[in-house]
Design a protein around this ligand. Structure first.
Ligand code: UT7
Length: 366
């Protein structure tokens, strides 16, 4: 208890790319994409940088939040900024440093965190543990009362626009959450983070992944796979493949063993949900909403079935966003708040899985 969700936000690029648009780029169809994934459109950034998207999402979370007296949150009161991304504008300075400067968070400690699509959960868990540590032993380090946690991605930079098996799945966007330490009040009840490093166990369980073919999210130099910048609109997307490097060593693209990730994902969601419930001593029946990483609607359906829950207990936002990696569950959380699906007192689980392989969950009381 103590670390409360005080605000959420999201920001999307202007350009919406439909499945029919994608069928003009690679051999695919609206029918295939909708049936296999639940995706209708994805937003693609042509003019917006990762910093632009992160800024929009962070401003929205700050705008939604008010302090104990009902006043807007002062940016100078933010003590910590964690940015989760696999597509930062620059590695150094970090994405968080760029965002801190843009937002004027002069007093915040800022750093990046890469846990691929699980970044949203890892970011919240790390921020919460830093807040808790500073609260338990005040004066021993940075006192952290308010933290901004922002997931922002421009996956279109690292998508292979010639590979229909992956390029239809991903989109760009940013999501954020403002965390505030409120002693004695509801908030984060438990967290769980995991990296699947026990290869023997995983392989014995039926080769969930093959090490030699699982470089999900490999990334190289900036711009290799970029659709041209500017206001070309869809022409930029169609021009994308022309920008693809033929040198495999410079290939920055997302590659993925889809079926194996699918199986891993379902198990990872079920495990992470069960662990956070157990750690908090909360029953699944007491959870109002599960907000999962949005990778594939079928993954969510399978996980729901395995947990014995109807899909209505899950926030499903993939149709409008596609998979935006570290931003995805944060944007879905913002959607859930905006739709009135989370009210004070509700118990909510955020759960994610991703490259690495990483997985995790956060259980909080709104
Ligand atoms: O963020 C975390 C990481 N990512 C994920 O969680 C993704 C997990 N995996 C998935 O969501 C699914 O495995 C995919 C959506 C990637 C693929 O769905 P699938 O039902 O596993 O399809 P598949 O890979 O088995 O492909 C089935 C067929 C193949 O054709 P053949 O061999 O049966 O003739 C593919 O070539 O569909 C074909 N195919 C496509 N057809 C039309 C693959 N991509 C496309 C496409 N359009 N875009």
């Amino acid at each position: 208890m103590g670390c409360a969700v005080a605000g959420t936000g999201k920001c999307l690029p202007r350009l919406a790319v439909s499945n029919d648009d994608m069928a003009g780029i690679v051999e695919t169809s609206d029918e295939w994409i909708v049936q296999r994934t639940g995706i209708n459109i994805r937003r693609i950034s042509l003019g917006e940088s990762t910093t632009d998207l992160a800024y929009g999402a962070a401003r929205a979370a700050l705008g939604m939040a008010v302090d104990a007296e009902g006043n807007p949150v002062d940016p100078l009161s933010i003590d910590l900024l964690v940015c989760m991304t696999v597509t930062p504008d620059t590695s150094v300075p970090s994405q968080a440093s760029l965002l801190k400067e843009r937002l004027g968070l002069d007093n915040a400690v800022a750093f990046d965190l890469n846990a691929a699509c699980s970044g949203c959960v890892y970011g919240i868990a790390v921020a919460e543990s830093m807040m808790r540590a500073s609260y338990l032993v005040p004066g021993r380090g940075n006192d952290i009362r308010r933290a901004l946690v922002v997931g922002a991605e421009r996956l279109s930079r690292i998508v292979d626009w010639t590979d229909r098996a992956t390029c239809v799945l991903f989109g760009d966007g940013a999501g954020s959450v403002l965390l505030e330490w409120r002693p004695g009040r509801p908030g984060i009840l438990s967290t769980f983070m995991k990296n699947t490093d026990d290869v023997e166990r995983v392989l014995n369980r039926g080769a969930l992944y093959d090490l030699s073919t699982f470089p999900f999210g490999r990334m190289g130099e900036r711009g290799d796979a970029l659709p041209p910048q500017g206001d070309e609109g869809l022409a930029g997307i169609h021009g994308g493949p022309q920008g693809v490097s033929s040198d495999p060593l410079r290939k920055p693209f997302i590659t993925m063993a889809g079926k194996k990730v699918f199986r891993f994902a379902v198990s990872a969601i079920v495990e992470a949900v069960q662990v956070v419930l157990e750690r908090a001593g909360v029953g699944l029946e007491d959870v109002a909403l599960i907000v999962p990483h949005q990778a594939n609607e079928r993954i969510i359906s399978y996980a729901a079935k395995r947990l014995g829950l109807p899909i209505s207990r899950f926030q499903v936002s993939i149709g409008e966003h596609a998979n935006t990696s570290a931003a995805s569950a944060l944007m879905a959380l913002d959607d859930a708040y905006a739709a009135g699906r989370i009210v004070p007192g509700d118990k909510v689980i955020m759960v994610a899985f991703g490259g690495g392989l990483t997985s995790g969950a956060v259980l909080f009381e709104a």
